[in-house]
Ligand binder design. Sequence first.
Ligand SMILES: Nc1ncnc2c1ncn2[C@@H]1O[C@H](COP(=O)(O)OP(=O)(O)OP(=O)(O)O)[C@@H](O)[C@H]1O
Length: 687
Amino acid sequence: MEKNQDMLLEQQRLLSCLEIIRENIREYEEKEAVSKKEVTQLFQAVKKGEGDSFGLLEAEKNILEHIQNSLRKNRAALNKAYFGRIDYDDESYGVTESRYIGKNGVTRNSNEVMIVDWRAPVSSVYYENELGKGSYEVPGSEPVNIRLFKKRTYDLQGEKLLGFYDNDTAASDELLVKYLSQHKEAVLGDIIATIQKEQNEIIRATPYKNMIVQGVAGSGKTTVALHRISYILYNYEEVYKPSEFCIVGSSDMLLNYISSGLPELDVNHVRQMRMDVFLPYLMEKSWKKKFSIIEEDTKACKKSRLDFVYALECFLKKWIEKHLNLQDIRDRELGVILSQENMQDTRSRNPELSLFQLEKLLNQRTRQRIQFLCTEKEEGFRKEKQKAYRNYFCSSKNKWTEIQIYRTFLEELEQAGDETHKFEGGYKETIAHVEKGQMDLYDTAALCLIRKRIFLKKETDEFSQIILDEAQDFGETVYYVLRQVLPRCYFTIMGDVSQNIRYETGLNDWEDLKKILLRDDRDSFYLLAKSYRNTIEISQYAGRVLEKASLGNYKIQPVIRHGNPVCVQMQQRKDIGKQLKALLENIQQKGFETIAVICRDEKDTETVRKVLQTEQEEGFHNGIMVLPVTLTKGLEFDAVVLWQPDTLRYEMNVKEAKLLYVAITRALHELYLLGENEQTELLKSRS
Ligand SMILES: Nc1ncnc2c1ncn2[C@@H]1O[C@H](COP(=O)(O)OP(=O)(O)OP(=O)(O)O)[C@@H](O)[C@H]1O
């Protein structure tokens, strides 16, 4: 009876909310029309070159973007106004509140909050608190103490209230499974209504920290990273501009997939770059047009590890030592201008400075000292002395280049190995291609470090937050260098070492990275063990391979969601191409939006593309995609057909296990194994 009464009240509340939203939409539509007209007029004025019309145009464009954003949010809210409600006593302010929480904050008359944005500080109560006493954090201020007495979750569809559940975790799991069972469009979806506690902790952690997140396949790493950006931009609007965020990944396919989810989360103008573009970008003008990035060479397995970068640091230290002349500067008439001790002190107080920056500073100090020592002397004499010592420190006259220094370092390794004897030479190949301006990722990282230590004149402050997805793709060297080159940035590192398909160079564990990145008390390492992507049936299959891929280090805990059993069709057949076409037709008829045929390598991918008469994939899209497993990292599809997962293609070793694990875990609802030979040992269960 009470529930019926409640249902009625909730239905009324929903309708009145929707009425306000419609009213907002009408208002914003009018404002949009006016602003558009204004922009057109100002545009004409700019064309005619009138006064300061350019500045006005830019300002009006911002206003228009703001209006259109509000319009988009209100329109979206019509579809699903809110998903949760919290009722609580605010013990800090002595009031009782009832708050509805939605993906889009909605206000009446621009100031009365009707629906609280999910990113607002108080919304964390919904995600984190049990009934009873608790508190929520407010950025830059004291935590607010509360007593929560109601937490309600809604299942809404437009004007229809399908149901609600009161603080009942079983019921909200039901809702989670319902969400997970949906077919996916070719965009990364939002999870706002069902964010889990451990995910919420990462999303809402302070932006002033570095974090590493190890999460099994499908645990929401990418999704959580995007929600975190959205959260930070909402709550730290005064501190960060979106353009200070850079998402870094290994392939355009992945970046394209990630960026598809950003506008939905109210995130615009965030930068994104492939790692092999980002590192050269950080080198600014030192990266010449004629340089190019090549595939990893045979020494990449050494160059990607910390020992290599530490040896380079040692070498650079000695290089600086050799060229920085820190003897007393003694003048016949003025005596000691700068003492060795004084210079050593300046050096040790500024360990971050490059050789060139340090020399500039020492030149400045020399000038100031001469000024001081000449207080009682004639101006002509002082000028003469200052001229004589103006460029006392000037390594720049040597006209070194990064490549030249790197080459000398490699030659040293080649000839003698380093002091630790960890390098047994064999760098001729690297020297040869670097000479030609061809660098692999780790050579590029080394050049970045050389530039930082020797040549840098001014540090970039373009970025503040770096978000790295599929972090296991890159070896520690890259992270070490990024940390040195971007000392004021905070890093959010998302990855899964079980999915390291660049086995020789990528990350197989987190230990070294923790040492490099988590140096402050605030920095943290998080684990995400629950997998939201796959059905139990697919997860169990993945589990068999994971055992062999991570040596049992990180186990998957699937969310209980059942689907069809994995369909294994591995036997000799006449025409496997025909079989594949028939299978895909069958899957399409089930109404799945995204389907992938995942192949072991490019060669197989080409073969399948020929069979299906499809082109190479440009970006992530609905329908059928044919991809080599390396390009599917980070992506997901309603149904996956694994092409020929046999003993020949996937041998019984850790590297192949990681590849196969990635391939299997791409499937949300259905997985098919199609081949002509015996299936790989990696897929066989131990029993
Ligand atoms: N709390 C949640 N509620 C609903 N769906 C979720 C939740 N967390 C994650 N998901 C869904 O799980 C799937 C996997 O998420 P995501 O791609 O972010 O995982 P990932 O850890 O980056 O995976 P991978 O390592 O395989 O790339 C997505 O469909 C995402 O929408």
